[in-house]
Design a protein around this ligand. Structure first.
Ligand code: 6PG
Length: 252
């Protein structure tokens, strides 16, 4: 493992995606323990994608599963595809199969996005009002998640913030409906940038050779967040950590 720190971010390189995911599981467990020590619930926004799925499988099994007090965890979602929760494309379904079905978490502490609603804007507003109620937010305030997990697509998107889409500009709403830039081509619900950037901790999980070129542009290229939305994730008062495997980091 090699670590490199720059002004506001840490980039940690791993031999492969299993080592990367194991490190993410340790970080998740440590942050959960930190919240538990302060007597607060641990609030996490989960990501979709194949790399986070490996992390969820690790968290669902010993030793991590038994080291986390799941009763004190609230799981939210950073984005969702607009499909029913039992669809193979659903991020909730992926999280259920890999993690939720294996841990003892009260169902009311799993806050899924209502991807099945026919009116996607209404679905976004409903999730936003759930967030506002849970985090006791006044007008103009954003939730502060203890941890937001993100993957990065080969086009540089994260959550469902795709290049050159209006969702990238959103400053007022916490959750919006958006069109995708990649498969599956179904509309999405996503947390917006001000929410991501208000998190206490952000972990990007990026693995695979198909990400190498984009990762190098995101981490080292000129700033162009319209084209590379992952560059727009810069928490104002939180930590930003990129966990990347050797293949993804080949050009960085
Ligand atoms: C989704 C996501 C998305 C994902 C990236 C990376 O719903 O697809 O939340 O942002 O995390 O596309 O996915 P991979 O890890 O599968 O490349």
């Amino acid at each position: 493992m090699q670590t490199e720190s720059r002004s506001q971010r840490e980039i940690v390189r791993f031999e492969d995606k299993i080592a990367l995911s194991r490190d993410a599981a340790y970080r998740f467990t440590a942050l959960a323990a930190l919240s538990a020590r302060t007597g607060r619930p641990f609030t996490v926004a989960l990501s979709g994608g194949s790399t986070p799925a490996i992390l969820y499988r690790l968290l669902a099994a010993p030793p991590f599963r038994d080291a986390i007090s799941w009763r004190d965890v609230h799981l939210f979602f950073g984005d969702e595809r607009c499909v029913p929760p039992d669809s193979p494309d659903s991020n909730f379904r992926m999280a259920s199969e890999t993690l939720l079905s294996q841990i003892e978490i009260p169902p009311q502490k799993v806050h899924r996005m209502p991807g099945e609603m026919a009116d996607h804007d209404t679905a976004a507003r409903q999730y936003e009002s759930d967030l506002r109620a849970f985090f006791h937010l006044s007008a103009g305030e954003y939730p502060r998640f203890d941890l937001i997990l993100l993957g990065m697509g080969p086009d540089g998107h994260c959550a469902s913030l795709f290049p050159h889409k209006p969702a990238l500009q959103e400053q007022q709403q916490l959750v919006v409906a958006t069109e995708p830039g990649l498969q599956p081509f179904v509309p999405r619900l996503t947390l917006t940038l001000p929410v991501l950037n208000n998190a206490a901790n952000i972990l990007f999980l990026v693995a695979g050779a198909d990400k190498a070129e984009t990762l190098a542009r995101v981490l080292e290229g000129p700033l162009d967040p319209e084209a590379l939305p992952s560059q727009a994730v810069v928490p104002a008062n939180g930590s930003l950590t990129w966990l990347v495997d050797k293949e993804a980091a080949r050009l960085s």
